[in-house]
Write a new protein. Sequence first.
Length: 375
Amino acid sequence: MFERAKAIFIKEFKQIFRDPRMRMIIFISPLIQIILFGYAANKDITYVPTAIYDQDNTSESRELLRRFTYSKYFIPEEYVYDDSGQDFALDKGMVNLVIRIDRGFGRNLMANKDANVQLAFDGTDSNTAMIVLGYANTIIGDYQAELLKKKADEAGFTNTVPSVELKDRAWFNGNLVSRNYYLPGVIATIVTMMSLLLTAMAIVKEKEIGTMEQLIVSPLRPLELIIGKLMPFALVALVQILLITILGVLWFHLPLRGNVFFLLFSTCIYLFTTLGIGLFISTISATQQEANMSVFLYYLPTVLLSGFAYPISNMPKIIQFFTLFNPMRYFMVVIRSIFLKGVGIEILWPQLLPLLFIGIVVITLSSLRFRKGLS
């Protein structure tokens, strides 16, 4: 049995590496994808085009504006001098924020009165607007705290007014770099796509070129054919995850706090599902084009419901229920925890157990379907 499976295994490896385009897809394409996604999958806001609308033009207003423009977030791109200029800058998308300071700002501060500042945001991208609003509130809050301290010093209340100092600490991702959160998810999506495509396309290719009939009449048993067909793609997927992990660590300085061997072990469990689904797609597809479309039909909802970009806890309850049948949901938690938290099986077994169960069910059903197609 193992000799016959080994023969198919060697044949598949030769077939994979015989085609230069296939070698490019297997080894170069994932590296290009991780580089592109590494720069694109980044929600850190470090450049906010800003318009300045200062009608007061006093030392107090200029000090507040200086705090905005000297930070690493707000870049003054436009200076406007009337309401129409403010509306034009926002409507045309020239800036994301307009800082408007009306006349009397400095005078009110000196007279111990309320001084108003208007921040007009482009709310088209609500997520970016909320992050920018947080930056702006922090800057204004610091400015206000310094003014209050100065007033307290002048009145001689420095030692009599209590204060509360808040110190925050972020675990696992101390600098709150969004790339460190998204890149492990990108690795999971790349491995998923490549293993699905390789499995589905390779078997359908046998049907198109007419060699599947030769395999059927050969002494090969269905199980031997399945093992010989799937094992090369499992090894290729493991090599891919090693390559893109090394690139992510060295190029993007992605922290890898967990055990590499546990990462490979978890990937092997996950590959049960992707290889099984690829095998199933190959049994219901007559051409490579049909298999390709079926892979994408499965892949897109899987990524959307995996928690890669959108938290599952924010989804409706009925959608959260359907995510329980999505293997990528569990693998996404596992790979992010290995990279960022460095935890092991003692913490991640609640994720690995359903992942293993789904994988066994999928690979069994797909194998039965494949055997039926061969008979």
